[in-house]
Design a protein around this ligand. Structure first.
Ligand SMILES: *Cc1c(COP(=O)(O)O)cnc(C)c1O
Length: 477
């Protein structure tokens, strides 16, 4: 009888920052990470890193938003921002949940149509829209969110006499909301519509704001509703207002960890400025992670997420009434296009250990079969501790505090910029798991530089794993 255990609950103490940032895990993640053999087998079959996607949490996340809207009797629809994850399984899951999809490129549009998503459940919001993409949207009957007047001209050139149904993207004018490169001021749209005539039919008003503040959405909804009233006055049958994405989620459970991490970072900077603190750096070469004003990181801990956040928006005040009432009174559908907040809990990334060594000055390094574009967003770093998945019966190695480095031939090729503690060392057969990478982190800036192939995407199903269709030939392009 073989008594060797093959499964053991993943041990969070095997890897953590000196200031720990413990990631939330879904039950399916715990289940997978409890099985070192399965993790190793996925890497053996698909290469390292491998992205594992389970779309089950998507419907739950959509449901949380719907429940908040339903509680206020608001007509509501969710459009999953396709760019946050390229797996076609996400499109299928969105469709199965009755949700729509927000597409940001020609291939995204073609794929989503090809997967059978109904045209009225698609909105095209690409920042730049080639004529062929506009043509595809027109032919299919997909609403285009217009960004500017030149784009309007391009659309009308494609549309011919039949004209086009559009949403107008507005650039918020509200003081205090960060100026945006996207959309135009309502007054500018009114002027453009006057020139374009009745070939343009405005079906909706759209915006997408930087940041995550409910207060900003409430303020700009006020602008949007005033614009809807004007457009209706001009005879347009405006049916929806789309507040875009940026709905918050939290990667961490524990606010205290988040606060303590930043307190330690600030203390470290103060020590350095005072000429002290030569040892005990928290980040690679004492990277300030934006504390010097050089950029930002995603707020990996947030208080009001999804449902409670939407509740805050709907109960916000516009023109002497609540947002919910203002929408209901006008018979408007409220739409949103979250990416990250819907993919919360849908993915993780597994990588194998390539080497353990020291930098010239003795700083310990752990090399992974992975590069930094494979687990990163546009923000400066991912502030979650990875997990070490180890055979349950394996002996520990010498404790080490190390940085994770990757495959690109660049000195600053860090997978994570925080130093990590490995109290039982790192073994060559350990698997390093990065939790909750489904929203942006696994895909948004991945590159195949050095001709290293992109990571494979594997879908976790009730009865096993299968490759995602995006990794095969893409139909309908
Ligand atoms: C990126 C984007 C979204 C999704 O944003 P999240 O922060 O992932 O919710 C929605 N709408 C537009 C227009 C976008 O560009």
């Amino acid at each position: 009888m073989n008594t060797t255990p093959t499964r053991a609950p993943v041990d969070r103490s095997l890897c953590a920052g000196p200031q720990p940032l413990t990631a939330r895990l879904e039950p399916w993640m715990r289940d997978l990470l409890a099985d070192h053999e399965v993790c190793r087998a996925l890497i053996a079959e698909h290469g390292s890193p491998v992205n594992v996607i389970d779309t089950a949490p998507l419907a739950r996340n959509i449901g949380e938003l719907r429940a908040a809207a339903a509680a206020h009797g608001v007509d509501f629809e969710v459009y999953v921002a396709r760019k946050a994850n390229k797996a076609l399984a996400v499109v299928d899951a969105a469709r199965a949940a009755g949700a729509g999809v927000d597409v940001a490129s020609d291939d995204e549009l073609a794929q989503v149509l090809d997967r059978g998503v109904e045209p009225e459940k698609i909105i095209l919001t690409s920042a730049v829209k080639p004529p062929a993409t506009l043509r595809r949207a027109l032919d299919a009957g997909v609403v285009v969110s217009l960004d500017n007047r030149d784009e309007l001209d391009d659309l009308l050139a494609e549309a011919g006499a039949g004209g086009a149904d559009v949403a107008l993207r507005i650039a918020a004018q509200t003081a205090g909301v960060r100026p945006t490169r996207f959309g135009l001021a309502p007054a500018e749209w009114i002027e453009a519509l006057g020139v374009a005539g009745d070939r343009v039919r405005v079906a909706g008003v759209h915006f997408h704001l930087h940041g995550y503040a409910a207060a900003d959405r409430i303020a700009v909804l006020g602008e949007a509703l005033a614009f809807v009233d004007r457009l209706r006055g001009h005879g347009h049958d405006v049916r929806f207002v789309d507040i875009g994405g940026g709905i918050p989620m939290t990667y961490l459970d524990d606010r205290t960890q988040w606060d303590e991490f930043w307190a330690a970072m600030r203390a470290r900077r103060a020590d350095l400025a005072a000429g002290g603190a030569l040892t005990g750096e928290l980040t690679w070469n004492d990277d300030p992670l934006g504390l010097d004003g050089s950029g930002g990181v995603y707020p990996f801990w947030q208080e009001a997420t999804r449902g409670p956040w939407l509740e805050e928006v709907l109960t916000g005040r516009v023109g002497g009434t609540s947002v919910a009432t203002a929408l209901r009174e006008r018979g408007l559908q409220l739409r949103c296009e979250p990416g990250r907040a819907l993919l919360d809990g849908c993915g993780l990334t597994l990588a194998s250990v390539a080497f353990r060594k020291k930098r010239a000055d003795g700083v310990p390094l752990v090399g992974l079969h992975m590069n930094r574009t494979q687990m990163r967003s546009t923000s400066l770093d991912v502030l979650m501790d990875p997990l070490l998945v180890r055979p349950p019966d394996a002996a520990g190695a010498d404790p080490v505090e190390a940085y994770l480095v990757g495959a690109y031939c660049i000195e600053d090729e860090l997978i994570l910029r925080r130093r990590l503690s490995f109290p039982a060392g790192v073994r060559r057969d350990d698997v390093v798991a990065f939790p909750n990478t489904g929203g942006y982190l696994m895909h948004i800036i991945e590159s195949a530089s050095h001709q290293i192939p992109l990571a494979a995407n594997v879908i976790r199903r009730a009865n096993g794993f299968e490759g995602d269709l995006i990794d095969g030939p893409v139909a309908g392009a």
